[in-house]
Design a protein around this ligand. Structure first.
Ligand SMILES: [Cu+2]
Length: 456
């Protein structure tokens, strides 16, 4: 009898514990999940204060729910599979199915409650980069909180004191977790939706990976020598174009979570830097630019009127950052005579092609066999041939006839007659060689030849 009563008591306690943990789970909102790398339509708020949502390039915004006046979000840190560009996928760490994780959007003055569930194989935290909040909510593992162990859910809660563009990322085993892609954007909209309103408001994170051709997991100890330069974990031509209707005021928010700076350059327009992760830049303190250098850990928002119809290149100006992985360890072959070498090498390597003697552009014109799961060094077809770009490159498309909420790719720009560079064949002055210049390269080639013969 005693034993039985003891057993019943223990069972009742177990049931009570189960109910308590179920209640705890029910208290967190549904963790929305999204794996597509397509650009999601802007998510207009379903509750709370009104705001003009952003468009996350090749990303999405996390739905929230209102509970007793608090805006609740649920992030799940977990392994994800991300398509970097068609032909290559990477095994990364992210949130709610994607890397970067979903963009969080809220409004200045909102109280937010962020549930964070850890489904990674090691502990984590989330640091809310740039937000002004109580110290205990800052997410620095060991310093401001205990680590979130695998399987645990932590909750962060604070009031958003100012509007702007911020980021979130782990502050736990940070080098590894950020090298694996764990990061996201946090947008705080102004209380007054008419304040600084724009017609198109884009946002993306600048990130980088080191993934050997043929593999899919980033090398997490790489410090500087990354080989995949991405925006929102996408490389061109996988990066979506940015669209605007002629006359639109456009904002582009970019946060740099790589280990080097990126001078981001826009063609056809001048812009002003209107925001940093410290806040908005007062109008009188802005100056015109066509390139903005974004240092490690920084955010920059740029603004301008899209007043020049066309297909405008928009890219990082470090030319290695508009190349993909295959470009990384290719030797320089300019001026090297390879014709006599190729047949010998092809006996050993049937796929061998001699390339690069005249530069590397020819590589984009060849059907070169690639290892599985990597990207051609430079690629992307335009209406006039290969764009010869990869990595951090996209196209800013300005059109007269774009509907206000339309984010579908309108295709290539049709140049008005008489406005495009073209070849000329008549009326050219004769080409003369400066007599003071040395004769072309035969001498150099003769010097190089013996070393080739040597290898035979
Ligand atoms: Cu760059």
């Amino acid at each position: 009898m005693n034993t039985r009563r003891h057993f019943l008591g223990a069972a009742a306690a177990l049931v009570a514990a189960g109910a308590a943990s179920r209640n705890a789970l029910a208290a967190a909102p549904e963790p929305h999940h999204h794996t597509s790398a397509d650009t999601a339509a802007p998510l207009h708020p379903s509750a709370g204060r009104p705001y003009n949502p952003v468009v996350t390039l090749n990303g999405w915004s996390l739905p929230f729910r209102m509970k007793d006046g608090v805006k609740e979000f649920h992030l799940v840190a977990e392994p994800v599979v991300r398509e970097i560009s068609p032909g290559m996928t990477a095994k990364l760490w992210g949130y709610n199915g994607s890397s970067p994780g979903p963009t969080i959007e809220a409004v200045e003055g909102d109280r937010v409650r962020l549930f964070v569930t850890n489904k990674l194989p090691e502990h984590t935290t989330i640091h809310w980069h740039g937000l002004i909040l109580p110290c205990g909510m800052d997410g620095v593992g060991g310093l401001t909180q205990r680590q979130i162990k695998p399987g645990q859910t932590f909750v962060y809660e604070f009031v958003l004191r100012k509007s702007g563009t911020f980021m979130y990322h782990p502050h736990a085993d940070e080098m590894v977790q950020m090298a694996m892609g764990a990061m996201g954007l946090f947008i705080v909209h102004p209380k007054n939706p008419r304040q600084m309103a724009v017609q198109r408001d884009y946002a993306f994170l600048i990130n980088a990976y080191d993934i050997d051709p043929g593999s899919s997991v980033p090398k997490v100890n790489t410090m500087l020598d990354f080989n995949l330069w991405t925006w929102n974990s996408r490389a061109f031509p996988g990066i979506a174009p940015l669209l605007a209707r002629t006359g639109d005021r456009v904002r582009i928010r970019m946060g740099n979570l790589t280990m080097t700076n990126h001078p981001i350059h826009l063609h056809g327009h001048a812009f002003e830097v209107s925001g940093t992760d410290g806040g908005w830049v007062p109008k009188g303190a802005r100056w015109p630019e066509v390139t903005v250098d974004i240092a490690v850990g920084q955010m920059r928002a740029i603004e301008f009127i899209a007043d020049n119809p066309g297909d405008w290149a928009f890219h990082c100006h470090k030319s290695h950052h508009t190349m993909n992985a295959m470009g990384h360890s290719v030797p320089t072959m300019i001026g090297v005579q390879q014709d006599d070498l190729t047949p010998a090498l092809q006996k050993l390597l049937p796929d061998y092609m001699a390339m690069g003697s005249k530069g590397m552009a020819e590589m984009t014109e060849m059907e070169m066999p690639l290892p599985d799961n990597t990207l051609p060094m430079m690629t992307g077809r335009g209406p006039y041939g290969s764009v010869e770009m990869g990595g951090m490159f996209s196209v800013f498309k300005v059109r007269d006839d774009l509907a206000p909420d339309d984010y579908r790719d309108p295709g290539w720009y049709r140049m008005p007659p008489g406005t495009q560079a073209h070849a000329v064949t008549t009326g050219l002055p004769p080409v003369t060689t400066d007599p003071g210049e040395p004769k072309p390269t035969t001498e150099t080639l003769e010097v190089r030849k013996p070393s080739h013969d040597h290898q035979h």
